[in-house]
Write a protein that binds this ligand. Sequence first.
Ligand code: GLA
Length: 403
Amino acid sequence: MRIFASLSLAALALVSIAAVTAPAQQSATSQVALTPPMGWNSWNYFAEKVTDKNIRDSADQIVATGMKDAGYVYVNIDDTWEGKRDASGLLHTNEKFPDMKALADYVHSKGLKIGIYSGPGNKTCGGFAASLGHEEQDAKMYADWGIDYLKYDLCSFIPDVMEKQAPHDKVAQMKLMIAAYVKMGKALKATGRPIVFSLCQYGWDASWEWAPALGGNLWRTTGDISPDWDRIYTLLEQQDGLAKYAGPGHWNDPDMLEVGNGKLTVAENRAHFSMWAMLAAPLLAGNDLPDMKPEIKAILTNPDVIAIDQDTLGKQGTRAYSDGEVEVWTRHLSGGAMAVAVLAAGDSRYSTHPFHLDLAKLGLHGPQEGTDLWTGKAITLTEHMPIEIGSHDILLVRIGAPK
Ligand code: GLA
């Protein structure tokens, strides 16, 4: 994305081409991602430096830390594994990944699944070989390797095809973009292997409206995340209104987790993780697993918060109301339960003091007994109860069948 940031996202987002939406397909991927995919991806920590060893070490750690038991399954290699194509068009790996089949076998031997990365253009965002003109060949190769997940990143398709074939015509450019994703969706389906199809095109042209029909299991709704509270909060704000597009097999993706990265505080990590669970977002950790601090492990493996994310009803949470810098979100869960998140989004702790909960605005009446998912203690939410939350922190409560 970084290389192509000059293209105006806002201008493109205005273009509506619902008419070209691909016909609904029953893809081979329809049985995958029935809950938001959980796993780990190499990009947010290792970026272009990732190696075969990093992937093996991360797979080992997913098992050793209990993350696998907590539900993390996919070990995803992001950009920079790609080498050159040979005369037959077959893409080879580069020297950092000497044997992809052996790596896939290793990850599978741990009871995990493996993901890979490409894009519809000539080049990936990192400038490595991508799939333009080789879609079927690449999809078949992924299936032969035993790949379980593909992240498909728009990047050089913008200058290579969209701008070249349809200069100054945003509507035609969006049609080309969608056609490229339809093409790879079909190629994956043709392999017969269940492969999660992750669309990475930054939410252009309201991807949530057309991605499910072409077999997309998740689609980015925003530009890239970074390990910084303001950026995380910006992405969160962009999810409001998208809840109705998510459901079993097809999810909004506000980008991968930054939990444990950069200078995020423990509170910020907790709030980020909680809100991604409220959003039914894919939970793809992106931290350095061999060097994970206990407090980060505790956040990433909190079973009660993961249960919110993975709730089988698959209903994404929505913002019920905001009051100054405090936001209250709710998410309906199976069995009539509900999650309530009170987020102190702003920089000043005193902006939340005093904050009084308005239960009626959540459609709730009378005291609501529940559990504080970060302390594990019982809590009763009452009308106008004062709640004090530190800056960039969160209160996350699960209540039973609400009254
Ligand atoms: C884009 C994507 C990122 C990552 C990089 C890799 O920026 O949005 O998630 O995959 O490309 O180059």
